[in-house]
Ligand binder design. Structure first.
Ligand code: PMP
Length: 323
């Protein structure tokens, strides 16, 4: 029955997202470029995959049961995936989210019945009230709390190793030269990279990190850079976390907010793919890499979420001018 796409629950529709060839957005480049459209997951992002995987794993292992409280810090998308699983399993969601998160995401989370704990995204990562610390504090004071810990739990990477990676490999007909993807928790790029490199070790993996994140300097020098806030949601971090497997990444590019947002707007106009800023960052990465190629290549990239989550920000001309 799976070919008819009939499911017992919305979470059954996670995965097997379409792969779409880009045309006008990559015109003139010596590359065939394909994008994995992750906003076609039921809650609208790649993070549905890890939410389902981490929750099902914890249930199987007896670390989670109906009535528990799921606590996580999220740029918004993981929280939506967890809300989907919470509805299925009879859990409560208490999510730490930055106050600066787009209004659309905050509204969606409230609509899904998620309890929000808003923190100031400008606080340094070692501040107890910061995005990076607050969730642990909430876990400590919440009876029956379950903390998936997407930033350090390698089940995040494994979800992509088992799902996104094999899907891409099949959809690309087992011919890939380069993978370009943004790095947030690192789960997507590292899970997919591990699977693809196991199939063909010549595949090059390029991560895109926002200016202001510590990953880029760490990748180059082994020491984290100084962090500063960025407007790009979902990519980068203020400190080194457990999920990125830097040894799977061949090169890392640094994207500015401006370049990422302008590329996302291009994508909407040129391809009718209405995607978020991290998809713009990925497209910018593809264009940068493709312009440096010495021979034509098949490039695959990942578009993590939808532009409908950023109508009040990157698709709003006033907001863009102000920033
Ligand atoms: N883009 C968006 C919009 C996201 O929410 C995330 C998740 N933080 C990413 C990209 C990065 O994905 P990952 O965490 O798997 O590196």
């Amino acid at each position: 029955m799976t070919d008819l796409r009939v499911y017992d629950h919305i979470s059954g529709a996670v995965g097997w997202t379409p792969l779409v060839r880009l045309r006008r957005a990559v015109e003139g480049l010596a590359a065939e470029v394909f994008a994995k459209i992750e906003f076609m997951n039921p809650m609208g992002s790649a993070k549905d995959r890890i939410a389902r995987f981490m929750i099902e794993k914890a249930l199987r292992e007896g670390r989670l049961r109906s009535g528990d409280v799921v606590v996580e810090n999220s740029s918004g998308n993981t929280a939506m995936g967890l809300a989907m699983m919470a509805a299925r399993e009879g859990l409560t969601c208490r999510m730490v989210v930055r106050r600066q998160t787009s209004q659309e995401k905050l509204d969606c989370l409230r609509a899904l019945g998620v309890e929000l704990i808003l923190v100031d995204g400008a606080l340094p990562p070692d501040d107890p009230e910061s995005y990076n610390r607050k969730a642990r504090q909430v876990v400590a004071r919440t009876p029956r709390a379950f903390f998936p810990d997407q930033h350090n739990n390698r089940a995040n990477n494994e979800a992509h190793y088992r799902g996104t990676g094999p899907e891409i490999w099949k959809q690309m007909e087992e011919r890939i030269d380069v993978l370009v993807a943004g790095i947030g928790t690192g789960g997507t790029i590292c899970g997919v990279a591990r699977y693809l490199k196991e199939q063909d070790r010549r595949i090059r993996v390029i991560a895109v990190d926002p200016v202001g994140s510590v990953f880029h300097d760490y990748f180059r020098t082994g020491r984290p850079g100084t962090s500063r806030p960025s407007l790009l949601e979902g990519l980068g971090d203020e400190e080194i976390i457990g999920c990125p497997e830097f040894e799977l990444i061949d090169d890392m590019l640094q994207v500015s907010d401006r370049d990422a947002f302008l590329a996302a707007r291009d994508l909407a106009r040129l391809e009718a793919i209405l995607a978020g800023g991290s998809s713009g960052a990925a497209l910018w990465g593809v264009r940068t890499i493709a312009s440096r190629l010495d021979r034509p290549a098949r490039i695959v990239t990942v578009f993590p979420d939808s532009g409908s989550r950023y109508l009040s920000t990157i698709y709003n001309d006033d907001w863009m001018r102000r920033h």
